[in-house]
Design a protein around this ligand. Sequence first.
Ligand SMILES: *Cc1c(COP(=O)(O)O)cnc(C)c1O
Length: 351
Amino acid sequence: MSSFMSKKRESLVAYTPGEQPKNRKYIKLNTNESPFPPSENVSRAINEAGKSLQLYSDPQCTELNKVTAEYLGVKPEQILMTNGSDEALGFIFAAFGDEDNPFVFPDITYGFYPVFAQFYNVPYREIPLKDDFSVSVDDYIGVDANIVIANPNAPTGLSLPLEAVERITASNPNHVVVIDEAYVDFGGQSAVTLINKYKNLLVTRTFSKSYSLAGARLGFAVGCEELIDDLNTIKYSTNPYNVNSMTMAAGTAAIKDAEYYSDNCLKIIENREYAKQELEKLGFEVIDSKANFLFAKHPELDGKELYLKLKDRGVLIRHFDKDRIKDYNRITIGTKDQMDKLLEEIEDIMA
Ligand SMILES: *Cc1c(COP(=O)(O)O)cnc(C)c1O
């Protein structure tokens, strides 16, 4: 740290993204990317948009907002496009958090939430998941704080039924309830259908997982117009051109190709159920996942050791050094071939 770093940032512990090593070619099952490339229309749209990069991007994301709103059955004014859904989450902490409006979220969830809370000086409290790693819904009823819940949750993959989300939202009318739906396309139930009923509900989504656009950085928040206005105030106070023109074109083309992406999701769901079954045959305990990853542990294999041994063999999975989950690994679902390679290497390690 330099001597110039602001005092208020000295103790900030930054988020650690999953590793993206370039030293060799890995089977990459560690950051929940799609194993499938974007559709051809997306590549074409990016190429076309690249010809006008001398111009600033459209700060209102007019066309992208329009097609996304149609796709979701909401109004364009109910959507805010962002540079990945991470940016939407950051805007949310910046807009709604303060001393009187702390945030709560599960103890085991997306590691960025506590970082945003620290960065924006928002007090927060972690609410433990139950022993089976499910979200303890009753702990969120009338909790008198802003709430963020990833549904399906990461890294567990477990999902909450819509009734539970509605019960939580209805019981906290004076606070914002944020449902992070990064993985909803792999089998979860979306809360977007509730945004016209609840003025305090925000849903965030990303193009990074089910839409094969992790590298383009595109996500969004959906909610009532007032909440989206608030988020726009943060956006126009920090980065009005937060979504670049190529990404905007890519997102628009991707929504128009929804069928290609929903077919890919079906393949991933199929591969997930296959991999779960095969891992269970090898003695793993695998949590029931509605996401594009599995969370698994083996009674006789150390979690970290398995991760390191697989890495040695060119297969990357994600291990978290957090006490409660250190026996587990999170395994992104890839193609059937990638899953077979993973299973083969695990069998070999066990032998
Ligand atoms: C991947 C992920 C995100 C953010 O993804 P972006 O690439 O920033 O859109 C948000 N929440 C959860 C739970 C995630 O796993």
